[in-house]
Design a protein around this ligand. Structure first.
Ligand code: SF4
Length: 320
């Protein structure tokens, strides 16, 4: 059942997940479409997330936006009042460190693997000072076996720094390491299942990435209603691999699935291995923190496992 709606205010709205936004020509959502989208969200009782472009909206827009409870996702250059600030690459992360951060705000850092491996200090500076940091890899589809090794080492190094922050009495939130420790079940993106996107053209899409893809078809419109074909394909219980998995923090990105395997409910090897490296380092982090003192006493220990891609265990699924 749909519970969330992402409203892209412009074609150039900041990308906040794995997908890029190459559009440079502004196409602001007409005010009437915005009002109709808000009315739709009210009628369907949806949680709303507005995604902003990197310019200030014309007069009248903010007043309409404030007519409903919402979350504002904004790029760094217009980040006043944002609930979530998107840092598009390491340059913006460094700019943020120089400008200073707002503790109550969550940040998303979109970053490629090479910059990530090279720039841990900046990431640690941000993590130490913000309410939450979500790191999103923008080239997950290009991970090689060597990159998996580097990523494991990077997570181990970051995990040590997270332990130090906890020992100092802080509670850092980093999606890659701390989310899995808190979760008892899947907490994925939910595109097409629990979440849908309204684009400036007045149509619904599975997520912003589908709107921005050349072949991303709409799944209904404000005029004709939401119409997700084969909705079961977006659900966990119809995902042949993911439903056997306990990397609960994984985004289970439908857009990456379709890009890499041509099926929305079948993940790529890269997505699974990266998510399992995070899962396994979260396990180590949890064990280390428990050696330092009481830590999440109501949460179960994360099991030790021998694989990094659940697909490799497919012969055992039938015996479960
Ligand atoms: S790690 Fe792979 S199998 Fe597990 S939820 Fe993520 S995409 Fe699905």
């Amino acid at each position: 059942m749909i519970q969330y709606i992402v409203i892209l205010l412009d074609d150039t709205s900041v990308p906040f997940c794995h997908y890029p936004n190459k559009k440079q020509e502004r196409r602001l959502m007409p005010l009437d479409t915005l009002k109709a989208g808000i009315l739709y969200a009210m009628k369907e009782n949806l949680n709303v997330q507005f995604v902003y472009p990197s310019y200030h909206l014309p007069v009248g827009y903010e007043e309409v936006i404030e007519s409903i409870d919402h979350v504002k996702i904004k790029p760094l250059v217009v980040s006043d009042g944002a609930d979530v600030v998107v840092l598009d690459g390491m340059e913006e992360a460094e700019l943020l460190v120089r400008k200073g951060m707002k503790y109550a705000t969550s940040y998303v850092l979109r970053i490629d693997k090479d910059s990530l491996f090279a720039q841990s200090d900046t990431i640690l500076s941000i993590l130490d000072k913000v309410a939450r940091l979500n790191v999103v890899l923008t080239d997950l589809d290009r991970f090689s076996n060597d990159d998996f090794v580097s990523y494991r080492e990077w997570l181990q190094m970051l995990s040590k720094a997270v332990v130090n922050l906890y020992v100092e009495g802080k509670s850092p939130q980093l999606n890659l390491l701390t989310d899995r420790m808190m979760l008892d079940g899947m907490n994925n993106c939910g595109a097409g299942d629990t979440c849908v996107t309204l684009a400036p053209d007045g149509n619904f899409y599975v997520c912003p990435a589908f709107y921005l893809s050349e072949d991303g078809n709409p799944v209904g419109s404000l005029h004709n209603g939401l119409d997700v074909r084969n909705p079961q394909l977006y659900r966990l219980d119809h995902a042949p691999i993911c439903r056997h998995c306990d990397a609960y923090q994984c985004k289970r990105c439908i857009w990456l699935n379709r890009k890499l395997t041509l099926e929305v409910n079948t993940p790529s090897h890269e997505q699974c291995v990266v998510a399992h490296l995070e899962r396994n380092e979260s396990r180590n982090l949890m064990l280390t923190l428990r050696r330092c003192g009481e830590f999440l006493p109501n949460k179960k220990e994360i099991k030790e496992i021998s694989y990094l891609d659940p697909y490799d265990m497919r012969n055992e699924w039938n015996n479960q």
